[in-house]
Design a protein around this ligand. Structure first.
Ligand code: ZN
Length: 130
């Protein structure tokens, strides 16, 4: 058991990590997003030979959730099996912030290590807003 990490999200993350498509960096990431109705959505990073087209696991999970009609979220676990810790990038934080009502929790975990936990606002204190 990893203290602080939701075990069900961690279990899903370890199940899906090998599905990440990371032939260039070798850095496989999984994001598991839970909405307020306890539905979970999984995303993996998808790299592209045109590097700018690469999409992070967090946005894949978020866009899948939004496609399914989810709009309000409780937490997201971002997982990788080897260092460095997968702290979400600025683009993903901004994308998540559009659906944050002030309580979205971000868990970051490297396999075999500790689980770090942040409020989204700690990682992105001043998101862009229209
Ligand atoms: Zn990102």
């Amino acid at each position: 058991m990893v203290l602080g990490c939701p075990e069900d999200l961690l279990s899903l993350a370890t199940t899906y990590v090998d599905n990440a498509y990371a032939p260039y960096s070798g850095y496989r990431v999984v994001a598991v997003l839970r909405d307020v109705h306890d539905r979970v959505f999984v995303g993996v990073n998808v790299e592209n030979p045109s590097y700018g087209l690469t999409v992070c696991a967090e946005r894949v999970a978020l866009f899948s959730a939004v496609t399914a009609g989810a709009r309000r979220f409780k937490e997201i676990l971002v997982y990788t099996s080897k260092p460095p810790p997968p702290i979400p990038c600025g683009a993903c934080l901004q994308a998540l912030s559009a659906f944050d009502e002030g309580g979205l929790r971000v868990y970051v975990h490297v396999g075999g290590g500790l689980c770090e936990s942040f409020a989204l606002a700690e990682l992105l204190p001043r998101p862009f807003r229209l």
